[in-house]
Design a protein around this ligand. Structure first.
Ligand code: IPM
Ligand code: MG
Length: 372
């Protein structure tokens, strides 16, 4: 029996290709693992009405970790024609499987390191080394949404909500509500994870991102919690910034920042910005981490227009595999992998189109594997 059991979830589009690339590198490292393929993605929504079937949920309950590729999400109405006839009248709704997975398995940390590799022609500036901790289970992604608005909710809001009055005269089907729910527990654990990381890796500062000057209840709670948690880490500085200002300051001086922690949607936004500063989607690696399970994925999507071309940059996925090795405690292998990627980028001989080259996804994987 192998030491690890890893769920292998390629999903749709180029997800398949980038996972193939990651596998080449993991095999070269001789990771002692069984990789178990799992069904997930648009294809299964069309065939079964569920993009994240129960058998895949069960698989995830039985593994040490998972690698996930990407999923295509289309507007459900436009896609209804693709459903098998038996499902056409079911009135199905589509919720992103990765968002469901994060909530179902309580993968509350979305960890997104953004490190500039020397020699990467796509670097915004050299030596950027930021780490984003995004809350991954609540906030704007809680999934408590109404369109149309139920009468009971409208009645209640009419009674208790003072500041926002325009909706009072609008018919129920002419407005929509998405609830942003932040809990004290959810806020505390992601903030603590950011500080623990800073402590472990000798980082100097944690920056808390929010919009508490306007979104007082939820972001106020997040910031208040951060200030309390920070007291347990006297050696690590803490500052905070509103999300809007943060995007400007980050571009202006990325070196002012180190570890960044944010509620779900702001973390989603800020992690794309940070990824762009170190080369864009081809470099955006990510881990969805809980107490018992962690799922690693590139942050890019399924890129339907590139499917089958083996064109996209696999480095984001290869670096996600490196994060998986760290989570498994395979630190030597993780270091080897990181060094191999750094060498390939620095030499600049093997590059996908985004970096100005014409090599394929698998050429890059093989080049990295050769350095190991
Ligand atoms: C990400 C993506 C996802 C998100 C999408 C695909 C649901 O943007 O992982 O950042 O919004 O979380
Ligand atoms: Mg995103």
């Amino acid at each position: 029996m192998s030491k690890y059991k890893i769920a292998w979830l390629p999903g749709d589009g180029v997800g398949v290709e980038v996972l193939e690339a990651a596998k080449i590198v993991l095999d070269k490292l001789r990771l002692d693992a069984d990789y178990i393929y799992g069904d997930i993605g648009w294809e299964f929504w069309c065939k079964e009405g569920d993009a994240f079937p129960q058998r895949t949920v069960d698989l995830l309950k039985s593994v040490n970790a998972a690698m996930f590729g990407a999923i295509t999400s289309k507007p459900v109405k436009a896609a209804a024609a693709e459903l098998i006839p038996e499902l056409q009248n079911e009135g199905l709704t589509y919720r992103s499987p990765i968002v469901r997975m994060r909530q179902m398995f309580d993968l509350y940390i979305c960890l997104r390191p953004c490190k500039a590799f020397e020699g990467n022609p796509l670097n915004y500036k050299e030596n950027i080394d930021l780490v984003v901790f995004r809350e991954n289970t609540e906030g704007m992604y809680s999934g408590v949404e109404f369109n149309p608005v139920p009468q009971e909710l409208a009645d209640l809001l009419r009674k208790i909500s003072k500041p926002f009055t325009p909706f009072k005269d609008i018919p129920l089907d002419k407005y929509a509500i998405s609830c942003k729910i932040n809990t004290r527990k959810g806020s505390e654990r992601i903030i603590r994870a950011a500080f623990d990381f800073a402590k472990k890796f000798n980082r100097k500062k944690v920056t808390v991102v929010h919009k508490s000057n306007v979104v007082r209840a939820t972001d106020g709670l997040f910031l208040e919690t951060a200030k309390e948690v920070a007291k347990d880490y006297p050696d690590i500085a803490m500052d905070d910034a509103n999300i809007d200002a943060m995007t400007m300051w980050l571009l202006k001086n990325p070196y002012n920042y180190d570890v960044i922690v944010a509620p779900n949607l702001f973390g989603d936004i800020i992690s794309d910005l940070c990824a762009q500063m170190v080369g864009g989607l081809g470099f955006g690696c990510s881990g969805n981490i809980g107490e018992k399970l962690a799922v690693f994925e590139p942050t890019h999507g399924s890129a339907p227009k590139y499917v089958g071309l083996y064109k996209v940059n696999p480095i984001a996925t290869i670096l996600s595999a490196k994060m998986m090795l760290e989570w498994l405690g395979e630190i030597d292998k993780a270091d080897k992998l990181q060094k191999a990627v750094a060498e390939v980028i620095k030499e600049g001989n093997v590059k996908t189109y985004d970096m100005g080259g014409s090599n394929t996804t698998l050429d890059v994987a093989n080049a990295v594997a050769e350095k190991i």
